[in-house]
Write a protein of this length. Structure first.
Length: 402
């Protein structure tokens, strides 16, 4: 049986012959044992989300820094960064990292800092409208509380990135398309940060276990199996898991060995292959929880290509076969949405970058594409080929002969 969520009702279909698709904005793609439903988000709601994004960034910025302090710039390794200085109780100066001076949004807020005003109640109403009327996804309460706690503790200010299924929940608003709810179910939250950033910002969060216990006192750390001095995962009594990741850009000898992360409040991170591709140049988003939570998530095109890669690496593991299918579902949903929104070139850029990284990357991408339903694979390959042509490259060089 297929269950299809509509704007005002849910349709249950037992035979494909019973399914009639009429012209309109709703697009339905059928996989083996999977259905993706996507609908273009009304322009009014897209504008409302943009307003919420602006208000949330303003509010988080004004709440993060006291009017008693001041912003300064400082050069670190040839780049300029914003810092915020305040006086501590002992009369000494306390300095906190804000972000790169080249980030125009941060610099603009520095310049207009004293004029920023938080409007919490109005933002809650906007979030409610986007969830209730626009049917955009909101995280379940525990996930929202955890992400909000880390945001308030400075994780995203320190250039951390929300990854995994919780990040996928943010892409409906970013892309202006309602992505499938079936691809958004999760029981954990993953966070990532480049080790180089963690070491360079010269700032840190409060102890991670204390931050998590503000949400649920039953959280405990899970000592790493290879090095019990480090903790990359935390788990609650109810089984909710929080994990920290970082790219492994070195040798295979680093696999399975946790990396110390100076900015993460005594937490370490698990090095993973391909993660550097995923979290490079993340984008700002608003998680639709409470009054909205400003976060960083991977660029959607990188998220989609990365999901194709990791899905193929799970194919031969029975315990993660379901995760592999979910990875492909998320990748395909984003790719189809971007193709429909005429964002082929952005998608093609990420695809070509991954393809050009070597045979292991090409094999992983190809294996995942080959597992898609035939018409879906053809549509994605065609969309990628069109995007590659827009960049001036030859699609045949990327195995995209349709």
């Amino acid at each position: 049986m297929l269950t299809i969520e509509g704007r005002h009702r849910v349709l249950a279909i037992t035979n494909l012959s019973d399914l009639v698709i009429t012209p309109g904005s709703c697009v339905i793609t059928i996989f083996t044992n999977m259905v993706i439903t996507m609908q273009t988000l009304d322009h009014t709601y897209q504008v409302l989300y943009s307003e919420l994004r602006q208000r949330c960034l303003d509010a988080s910025f004004s709440a993060e820094f006291s009017l008693d302090g001041r912003f300064i710039t400082q050069e670190v390794r040839g780049r300029r960064y914003w810092y915020f200085d305040t006086a501590s109780s002992d009369g000494k100066k306390k300095r906190r990292y804000v972000g790169p001076a080249e980030d125009e949004e941060i610099t603009q807020r520095v310049e207009s800092f004293k004029d920023l005003k938080a409007d919490y109640r109005a933002r809650r109403k906007i979030v409610s409208t986007l969830v209730r009327d626009a049917l955009l996804p909101r995280p379940e309460a525990r996930t929202g509380q955890i992400v909000e706690a880390l945001a308030n503790a400075g994780f995203f200010r320190l250039r951390g990135v929300l990854v995994g299924t919780v990040a996928f929940q943010c892409y409906s608003a970013i892309l202006g398309m309602r992505l499938p709810n079936t691809a958004m179910q999760t029981g954990d939250t993953d966070f990532a940060q480049f080790h180089s950033i963690s070491a360079a910002v010269e700032d840190t969060m409060p102890p991670m276990i204390e931050t998590l216990r503000e949400v649920d006192p039953t959280f405990r750390d899970i000592p790493d199996q290879n090095d019990g001095r480090h903790t990359t995962q935390f788990i609650s009594r109810g089984g909710y898991k929080v994990e920290f990741l970082t790219p492994n850009t070195g040798s295979d000898a680093h696999d399975g060995h946790p990396a110390s992360m100076p900015a993460l409040g005594n937490a370490s991170a698990q090095p993973l292959r391909f993660l550097d591709f995923l979290i490079y140049q993340p984008v700002r988003a608003i998680m639709l929880y409470g009054a909205g939570i400003p976060v960083f998530v991977p660029a959607p095109e990188r998220f989609a290509v990365h999901k194709l890669i990791v899905a193929s690496r799970r194919i031969h593991d029975n315990e993660t076969a379901d995760k592999s299918r979910k990875d492909r579902l998320q990748a395909t949903a984003i790719m189809e949405a971007m193709i429909q929104q005429r964002q082929n070139a952005e998608l093609a850029d990420a695809f070509m970058e991954a393809w050009d990284r070597g045979p292991a990357w090409r094999r992983a991408i190809g294996d995942s594409l080959a597992l898609l339903e035939e018409k879906t694979e053809e549509a994605i390959r065609s969309g990628l080929a069109e995007g590659i042509r827009k960049t001036g490259a030859d699609p045949t060089a990327y195995d995209l002969v349709i």
